[in-house]
Design a protein around this ligand. Sequence first.
Ligand code: C2E
Ligand code: MG
Ligand code: MG
Ligand code: MG
Length: 288
Amino acid sequence: NDILDGTCNYAFFNEAMETKLHRNKTIENELRAAIDEKDTSKIYIQYQPLIDLKTNLIIGFEALARMDSDNFGTISPIEFIEIAERKHLIAALGNLILKKACEFSKRLNELGFTEQKIAVNISGIQLLRDDFSNSVINILKECQMKESSLELEITESILLDNFTAINEKLKELQNHKIQIALDDFGTGYSSLYRLGELNLNTLKIDRYFINKITARDENELITGDIISMGHKFGLNVVAEGVELQAQKEYLIENNCDIMQGYLFSRPLLEKDAIEILKMTNGTKSLNK
Ligand code: C2E
Ligand code: MG
Ligand code: MG
Ligand code: MG
């Protein structure tokens, strides 16, 4: 085995580890600075439109966190959220993100767009904290945001060990009119039979199944069945990662409710999100 025999390989392995450790530590420090010193410009949000497939109007946005590191440039949320979780920074970082998203919602309101929802991703560790519901409700109050305009997205993976505790949390949030979405559906190996028990409003079908629509083998195409199943459970169904017109057409034929993806728009900076909203929806507000 290569890694064990030469000191050379061992040194190389060590160096890679050290680079990774150094990177993690640097990102951690930058996160801390962004949170503590309220220098929050390093962390910002891009907004990706959610499109109603019946009306072609923008019914909301998903908030996607971004980090501009002084040392490494733009960093994926997958990377810095995981670091924040391990270093006990996720509550503070999560609140910062939530606050920015709710302030965006407030500005939309001031522009006359009062019906758009904002979807915010929440990690399991964040959701399971005792103070989570309270901090969400406080942020909503501060921003005078309608509770039903906020949707929290959770992934299947967090349900594995904590189904009951998570489900109670979700109920509590729903009691406050906050909407709940299950993100990346179909990739997390969760038990289908429990889907009906989960306190959800929305099902977001993972990009994998949207890709399948235009992939070769039609026999393996179950995306339409997933949409029907979502509807059977009384859920609003969103297709993630829609890139092609043919995918959109399939989704319309199969009664999917909402689409999100590069076909309509990439995640956008706030000013561009407002521009596209004005262009798409005009000044008329949505009556839902
Ligand atoms: P997600 O919640 O499933 O978000 C969708 C991801 O797909 C985003 O990646 C988005 O940019 C990307 N995407 C959207 N449309 C398309 C498309 O048509 N094609 C392709 N190829 N990709 C598309 P992003 O922004 O890199 O975020 C990755 C993940 O990081 C998110 O997946 C979410 O799980 C997590 N994340 C992002 N922001 C936050 C946050 O504020 N808090 C937490 N806890 N997690 C976050
Ligand atoms: Mg999401
Ligand atoms: Mg997703
Ligand atoms: Mg994803």
